[in-house]
Design a protein around this ligand. Structure first.
Ligand SMILES: [Cu+2]
Length: 280
């Protein structure tokens, strides 16, 4: 309990210091150049009615709404942003850009986020790694800034609770400083071999670039029964800080996934990352 507490505080201080240095020196540039959003060509549909409405704002001609699959927590999250007319009809020619900032009162800082993907019909997909949870009495917390058609600036307060168990963990590395490792597996999974995804991001002042050229070694372990499982596969880079491997849960129960970062065949993470997973 004690070490978890100190870990959290030191991480918070680390980020706060980083943010303070950033605000004092004014270096770094966290804006993206608005250009045509990439079109998602993958064949899938998003059912807005199955999503939770997080926030919305009405403009003169448009309504902008923010949705998510579930309540948002401090991990790698997918957010949907919908632009409609005041009558609710989709705005098909909307141009949208965004970024995220955590306002902590005395300081603020950003976090890793991916470019918007245009899903068509005024619906956009954003992917953000919330590297910490909102904190009581410390600023407004996470704010999603959107820019519609290069002119209307809209901000949404995002309620980011702490992910339990942790799914995004910072770890020191040999060459790249503090790296945020996010596990993309749900908290509850089924038995059997399955793919396991991670994203890796480093910090460069107040920007958080995706980190490639690593591998994530995956080991499974069942603490109550003192055994692991065969046929796990190291997660290999797919670009943009995304990694995919395999994990094999041979029975139901409480497992942990131990993850270590490797670069050029050498272990470079300063401590082993542990992600608890319930196998149903
Ligand atoms: Cu923060």
């Amino acid at each position: 309990m004690k070490s978890i507490y100190f870990g959290k505080v030191s991480m918070l201080l680390g980020i706060a210091c980083m943010a303070l240095v950033y605000s004092l020196t004014g270096c770094g540039n966290n804006t993206q150049t608005p250009k045509k959003n990439p079109i998602d060509t993958a064949v899938h549909t998003v059912d807005i009615n199955a999503l939770i409405r997080i926030a919305d704002t009405t403009l003169t001609d448009n309504k902008v709404s923010v949705f998510a699959q579930d309540s948002l927590t401090s991990k790698n999250e997918t957010i949907y942003i919908q632009v409609t007319g005041l009558d609710g009809a989709p705005t098909t020619d909307a141009l949208l850009d965004y970024d995220v900032v955590m306002d902590m009162g005395m300081v603020s800082h950003g976090g890793p986020y991916y470019p918007l993907v245009d899903l068509g019909n005024g619906l956009f997909k954003a992917e953000v790694v919330f590297i910490m949870a909102n904190m009581d009495d410390m600023g407004e917390g996470w704010v999603l800034h959107t820019i519609l058609n290069k002119k209307d600036s809209l901000s949404f307060l995002l309620p980011i609770a702490e992910a339990k168990p942790a799914r995004t963990i910072p770890v020191g590395t040999k060459d790249d400083g503090q790296v945020f490792v996010s596990l993309l597996l749900p908290n509850e999974v089924q038995t059997g071999a399955q793919s396991i995804g991670f994203t890796l991001h480093r910090m460069d002042h107040n920007v958080f670039p995706p980190l490639d050229n690593y591998t994530v070694e995956v080991e499974s372990f069942m603490p109550d029964m003192d055994h692991g499982s065969p046929n796990n596969e190291t997660a290999i880079g797919e670009g943009n800080g995304r990694y995919n491997g395999k994990v094999n849960f041979t029975m139901k129960g409480s497992w942990i996934i131990k993850a270590n970062l490797f670069k050029n065949g050498e272990k470079v993470s300063q401590e082993e990352l542990v992600f608890p997973v319930e196998v149903k």
